[in-house]
Structure formats: C-alpha cells, structure tokens
Design a protein around this ligand. Structure first.
Ligand SMILES: [Zn+2]
Length: 535
C-alpha cells in the first residue's frame, strides 16, 4: 500500500460567506488527512478557492468593487473559518495567484501544440449558475438547465474546443480498470448513461464574452473556461510545470502516491469525465479516487443564505468547542450519504457520545486509579478472565477496523468503531465491578489488571480519535499522565504500553449539556440576521 497520500477538497466558489455546509466537507477531509499523518503516511492536504468566472464578475459589479477586491474579501472569511475549525491544510490555493496562471497557461499551450483544442464558434444554452453550456435537446422546450433547472440564455461566441472524441474510449477503459475510481459506485453509471453514452460533445474551453479569467496568451480576447482553470488547481498547487515541481513529483507523478479528490455531487461530471481527459491529454496519471460526499441538509432543504437557515460556525465553535463540532460532523452524517442537521440531534449526539460515553469512562477510570492505586496506573499483566480477554481482543480488532475503514474513506464507520470500544469499556466496568474486587485482598491483581485495561483502552481510543478531537485528545492524555514519548500511534496501539505513571484528575472534558438551553441557543443562531450570520 502507498505511504504517500494527497487529498483535496473542492476549491470553493467565493460567491457567499462560508457556513457549516462548507465546513462539513473540509473538516471531513481534515480528519482523513490527520488520520493518515497519525499513521505515518506522508500526507499533503489542499483546499482553496475558485475565483474566476462570469458569476464572480457579476457579483463584484453588483457590490461595486473589482472582481479581485471581491474575491480577496471572501478569501479572508474562508481562511478564518479554516482557522476556527483547526483545519490542517498544507496549502491554500487561489486561482488568481500567479503560480496558478503560470501552470494553466502552459497547460493550454500544450493542448494547442498537441491539437487537443481547436478554434470554432459556439452557440448554445448557457446556465450562468454552473457556467455550463447545454444543447437544444438538453434544455428542452422551456430552456431550463438540466442540472439546476434554472432558465438558460441562448448565447454564441468564438471559442476553443477540447477534442473529447480523442479520449472518450480511454476514459471508459480507465473506468473499467479502476472500479473504485468513483465512489459511490452508482455515480459512475450515471456519468456513463447520462453523459457519455448519449454522445459527449467537444468541450468549450475558452470564452470571449467576458474577461474575468486567465487569458490565453496565444489568442487575445479569449479567457480559459472556469472549469478547466479550476480543475487545474490540484496540480498547480503541487508545482506542475513550475520551476520547483518536487511536490508534484512526489504526490502526483509517483504512481505509489494515492490521490483523492473529495467533491460534492454537483461537480461529479467535471471531475470524473473532463478532468481525467485533460490529464490524459497532458500525459499525466489520473487521481486514484473521486469521492462524492453527501449533503448536510436542513429541515427545509439545503443550507442557503436565501432560505435563512444558515448556521454560522464561529459562535457554534465558541459555545461547544471545536472538538465537539468536528465530532458531530464526522459522526452524525455517514460520510458519502446525505443527512440532516437538527439542533436536537446535535445536542443529543454530544451528550450521548462525548459526555456520557467517553467523558464518563475517563472520569470513572481516573477516579478509581486514584482511589485504589494512589493514582498510579498498574502494569497490565495480561487477561485474567473472559471479560479482560474480550476487551483486549476488541481493542485489537478496533485498530484493524479503524485502519481499513479509514483507508476506504468510511470515516463515520471508522470512528463509530472507536466509540463502540469506548462503550464496551464502560460495560466492562459494570461487569468487572472493581468496587467489589477492591474489597477482596485476594483479587488485588485482578483489580490491577482491570485498571490497566481501562487506562490502556482510553489511551488507545484517545489516540484513534485524535484526528477529530484536535485539542481534547491531548487533555485525555494529560489526565492519564501519558508521557510525551508515548504520545504516538505505535505506542497507543500496542495495548498495555501505558503503566507506572500517575494520573491527573482534571476538569470534565465533555460536560453534559442542557438540551433545552442549547437547542434554543442554536435556533437563535439560525434565526440571526443575515449580516450577523455572515460574520
Ligand atoms: Zn444550471
């Protein structure tokens, strides 16, 4: 298996202020990236902004600023949101950066040199929302966009076209050879049946009707189509066709590097049809996987400013802590499926999993070690009975499941497995009844092993949860007295490695929340005036 891992979020469109919906995808990618780093993978994690296109030009005009001023302002908000969510991205690409211009211009020149693009003129039905042209058949008699169902306008302009014909057979062969390329699998059939089989038209890759984009040096008046421009970010950020391309060589060009794009469903077509073709034309490898995540829906549909159901992130994080918000996002909605946010489920999830399960296990264990062993974690001498044996076997099984599920991007399932181990440890306390063992001097060794099993289970769980609990896992280790030399994946997964150290009973890491108070708080956030919500 590859020890190099490159993961990207979609580059976001800076036409609105970022909210919990944007935070969802980036946080999940962050959890995946941190999980890989934890396990020793050399990892590169990229996010950024898609700053060109007609829609930006129009929005800037409406706001009375230049497009560059407009995107600069929105960029600050995104960067600040990632800081709030403690996102560990290695780079933040903006498509208005000179490095991006350099790569995209050179890519286009290659297309010209290899006769992958040709000049023609375009007439079609244009949807400003997706910045996509559609044919007469696709828009039907009402001229509605087949993707978003908004009205399209008829347009014609001089443009360059990418020869899809040249690459479509290779693309289909690539799909066949790489059945995991598109996840979920149903999306692949959708692409083949809805877009490729009916006949893929050559793709219009430049525009002449507006100017906010990367100019084609060889063809004055043409700017590069926003989708070609945007997709290129995944290689631009690594230095492709730039002076220093060492990251590109390491994370893209090396066939052993696993390359994962995480995207929303609405941009599947561009990532799974056109992006592989562009790469093929450039003689570059395809990504290992395009993972289509689901949507976090609200009761009244998608989170949007116009619906007034937007949840601003900073006050939520301030109230509940970054760990809790990250935990909710990873755990509540199965990654890859659609799910719904409700304030009630948010509070219940934090109470049941973090306060009652994990927090409770830590408090009870530290208190008992204090009480029975003067705060010193006893050595684990092995399993003394079936209960001990079951817990250590489950711990071992959990590590394996965690790794396999994470490698398959089944993030929710991976962390559920860890929480199942935490539940099992709470149950183990009930069944082992250490308070009874403590009364019998003959059971001293069994009591010691029980405490050691518990401390090591918490140590392991805290480590496995650390990609989500970015601040609290360290606090868990502090309470357990884990020395810094042991605070690593190898030590935590070697069950029984923690002993002879003093625990430090500290504050409740996950205090129980009052459901009504907190639900009211979240509802007020959602009802806050738009200006406030955008802050
Ligand atoms: Zn549309």
């Amino acid at each position: 298996m590859s020890k190099k891992f490159y993961i990207t979020t979609p580059i976001y469109y800076p036409s609105a202020s970022p909210h919990l919906g944007h935070a969802y995808c980036t946080t999940l990618c962050d959890i995946i990236a941190r999980g890989k780093r934890l396990r020793g993978f050399e990892t590169y994690f990229l996010t950024g902004l898609d700053e060109h296109g007609e829609k930006i030009q129009e929005n800037a005009l409406a706001a009375g600023v230049t497009p560059q001023q407009f995107v600069d302002e929105v960029a600050v908000k995104f960067i600040s949101l990632w800081k709030t969510m403690m996102i560990s991205n290695d780079d933040f690409i903006r498509t208005t950066q000179p490095r991006h211009y350099e790569t995209v211009e050179k890519m286009f020149s290659k297309f010209l040199q290899n006769d992958d693009v040709y000049l023609s003129s375009y007439r079609g039905w244009y949807c400003v929302h997706e910045e996509s042209y559609w044919t007469d058949t696709q828009v039907g008699p009402d001229h509605l966009c087949p993707e978003c169902h908004r009205p399209c306008e008829e347009k014609s302009e001089a443009a360059y076209f990418f020869r899809c014909d040249k690459y479509v057979d290779d693309l289909l062969a690539f799909y066949d050879q790489n059945p995991n390329f598109i996840t979920p699998k149903g999306r692949k059939d959708e692409m083949v049946n809805n877009f490729i089989k009916p006949g893929l038209n050559d793709l219009c890759v430049t525009r002449t009707s507006f100017s906010w984009g990367i100019p084609v040096p060889e063809a004055p008046g043409h700017v590069i189509y926003v989708w070609l421009d945007a997709l290129a970010n995944y290689v631009t950020a690594l230095g492709y066709l730039q002076k220093d391309d060492s990251k590109f060589q390491k994370f893209w060009n090396d066939p052993d590097s696993e390359v994962v794009h995480v995207i929303g469903a609405d941009i599947t077509r561009f990532h799974t049809i056109y992006w592989p073709m562009f790469l093929e034309a450039l003689d570059l490898r395809e990504p290992s996987r395009v993972f289509v995540h689901g949507l976090m829906m609200m009761k009244d549909g998608k989170m949007s400013k116009s619906k007034g159901n937007v949840i601003p992130v900073p006050p939520l994080v301030e109230r509940f802590g970054v760990d809790a918000v990250r935990y909710y996002l990873a755990r509540e909605i199965i990654f890859g499926q659609d799910g719904q946010f409700t304030p009630e489920q948010f509070v219940e999830r934090l109470n049941s999993d973090l306060a009652n399960n994990l927090g409770n296990l830590l408090n009870r264990t530290v208190s008992m070690i204090d009480k029975y062993f003067e705060g010193k974690i006893p050595e684990d001498k092995g399993d003394t009975n079936e209960l001990d044996k079951n817990l250590s076997a489950l711990a071992e099984k959990t590590v394996k499941a965690y790794e396999v599920l994470n490698d398959d991007l089944k993030v929710t399932e991976a962390y559920s497995a860890v929480m199942d181990l935490v539940s099992a440890a709470n149950k183990y306390i009930e069944e082992s009844a250490p308070w009874a063992l403590a009364k019998d001097p003959a059971k001293k060794e069994q009591l010691a092993n029980c405490m050691a099993h518990l401390a090591n289970t918490i140590f392991l769980s805290g480590m496995l949860l650390s990609p989500i609990l970015v601040t609290k896992s360290e606090k868990i280790f502090d309470q357990l007295g884990v020395p810094s030399a042991l605070r690593n994946y190898a030590s935590a997964t070697k069950f029984g490695s923690l002993h002879g150290v003093l625990v430090h009973k500290g504050e409740q890491l996950f205090p129980r929340l009052d459901v009504k108070t907190e639900v009211d708080f979240i509802q007020q956030l959602m009802a806050a005036p738009k200006e406030k919500a955008a802050a």
